[in-house]
Design a protein. Sequence first.
Length: 293
Amino acid sequence: MHVETALEMTMSLGESPLWSVERQTLYWVDINRGAIYAWRPEAASRPDRLVLDEQVGCIALCEGGLLAATASGIVRLRLPFDGRPEPLAANPQWRAGSGNRFNDGHCDAAGRFWVGTLAADEQSPSAALYCVDRGELVRRRSRIAISNGLAFSPDGSWLYHTDSPTRCILRYPFDVDSGTLGEGEAWVDLEALGLPGVPDGAAVDREGGYWSALYGGGRLVRFSPAGELLASVELPCPHPTMVAFGGPGLRTLYVTTATQHLDAVGRRRWPAAGSLLSLAAPVAGLPEPVGQG
Ligand code: BGC
Ligand code: CA
């Protein structure tokens, strides 16, 4: 699989790529810079950028705009960007400039926004997984250090999630009508598979293949619904963060990347780090659900 640089960038922590079929636009964030990007690959121009005054962990689609999980809470942003975030729910783990910021998230098919936090020291089990349903933010899982990898199987019957430092991906039986989770089970163990890095953000394709960006492992991996390793794609940088399907027919995989853990030598060695990467997807993706709100 041939990996290209879709857009040369110098992001610190690119994350949360998200495709809008309606707008034929890719959105993503640079968490550390509080930046949200919007780019139409067809237009072949530079992306639009909105900068918030705090970190932004992830984004989701909603009617007329985007939901953004900023460090301090969930906000709604109208599109085109007008720079005025509308608060929806506060982050209960955030305290005036410190605490656990929001990190990875995705909407389920009913438009609930599932989003987790990240422990300020990236180690202690003080973070949690939340779900925003009809404006109410509810804690759904606890004792997490870095909430990541949230995704759903195409039929909505499984919720995937990882606490990155454990190097394991779990799956939970999921009921989309009620939003309830069953008992979680260990699904993929990077250690047992001899895979490097930690599981970061993910996207599921039409066949139920789970694509995971291995942060520190410099590759994308694809797992079958049974948890078997089906593909491994090497990337030209060590810290890919998340993937999304986009472009015509949802046949392009977009990959965000980070420079935050590279020193000057690492940045020279990996000039593509911090850019937006792309490759032709062997299996197409699914349209992203539109969130409530
Ligand atoms: C977090 C980063 C972290 C990485 C690897 C990302 O989701 O935002 O801060 O270093 O995961 O665990
Ligand atoms: Ca992530």
